[in-house]
Design a protein around this ligand. Sequence first.
Ligand SMILES: NC(=O)c1ccc[n+]([C@@H]2O[C@H](COP(=O)([O-])OP(=O)(O)OC[C@H]3O[C@@H](n4cnc5c(N)ncnc54)[C@H](OP(=O)(O)O)[C@@H]3O)[C@@H](O)[C@H]2O)c1
Length: 232
Amino acid sequence: MPFAIVSGANRGLGLELVQQLLSRGWRVIAGCRKTQALRLTELAGAHPGRLHVMPLDVASERSIAAFVGEARIVTDQLDLLINNAGLLVSGEHFGQVNAKSMADSFAVNACGPLLLTQACAGLLQQASGARVANISSIMGSLASTDTFRTPSYAMSKAALNMVTRLLAAELSPQGITVASLHPGWVQTDMGGENATFGVEQAAIALIERILALDASDAGRFIASEDGRELAW
Ligand SMILES: NC(=O)c1ccc[n+]([C@@H]2O[C@H](COP(=O)([O-])OP(=O)(O)OC[C@H]3O[C@@H](n4cnc5c(N)ncnc54)[C@H](OP(=O)(O)O)[C@@H]3O)[C@@H](O)[C@H]2O)c1
C-alpha cells in the first residue's frame, strides 16, 4: 500500500487531498499544526490504520525534524510528498508591505517545502518512482505578473518554483520526480467563496495530475486543471 505525506492537512486543499488519497487506498500521514481537527479525526476513524495525524509546523526546523522522526516509526518508505501548506498575507498594498509578512511567507511557502523534502529524502529514496508535488500558484509566475498584488505570497511562490527546479536537479538522478503544480483558484479560506473551483473538484484534478507525474515532468510548472505548462 503506497504511503503519502500531506502538509497543511487540517483544512482546505490539504484536507481534501488526504481524503482523496485515502479513497484511492493510500496510507497517509497528515502533517498539520492543528492535529485535533475534527474532520481528520473522523477520517482516521473511517480508515482504521491508514491515516496518521502528526504535528507539523513547516516554518520550524525543529518541528520538521520531529515530524519526520515520527513518520519513520510508521513507515520506512515514502511514495509521495505533497508540500501543500501555504500562507497568503492578505491586504498588502504598495507603501505598507512589511518585512515580517515577507519573512513569514518565505518560511512557509518556500523554505518549508525545501526543508521538509530534504528531511524526507531518505524515505523517498526507499520507494520506487517517488514524487514530490509542490503546490505553487500562478501568482508566483514572473512572466504572468503585471500588477502589484500579494507581494509576499507572489515572491515566496516564485521562490518555491526555484525550490522545485533545485530539488528536481538533485533528486531526479535518484528516481524522485519533483514538480510545481498550480491548482487553479479554489474555494478555500485562502481562495474565498468566489473562486472558480470547488475544493473537492480541485483536489481530484490535483491528485490525478500528481499521480500521473513521471520522470519527464521533473522540474516542470503545471496547471492541474488541464496539464498545461505554465510560464515561470
Ligand atoms: N485556494 C486557492 O485558490 C489556491 C490557489 C493557488 C495555490 N494555492 C495553494 O494551495 C495550497 C493550499 O491552499 P488552501 O487554499 O487550502 O489554503 P488554506 O485554506 O488557507 O489552508 C492553508 C493550510 O496551510 C496550513 N499552514 C499554514 N502555515 C503552516 C505552517 N507553518 N505549518 C503547517 N501548516 C501550515 C494551514 O494550517 P493552519 O490551519 O494551522 O493555519 C492550512 O492547513 C497552498 O500552498 C496555496 O498557496 C491555493
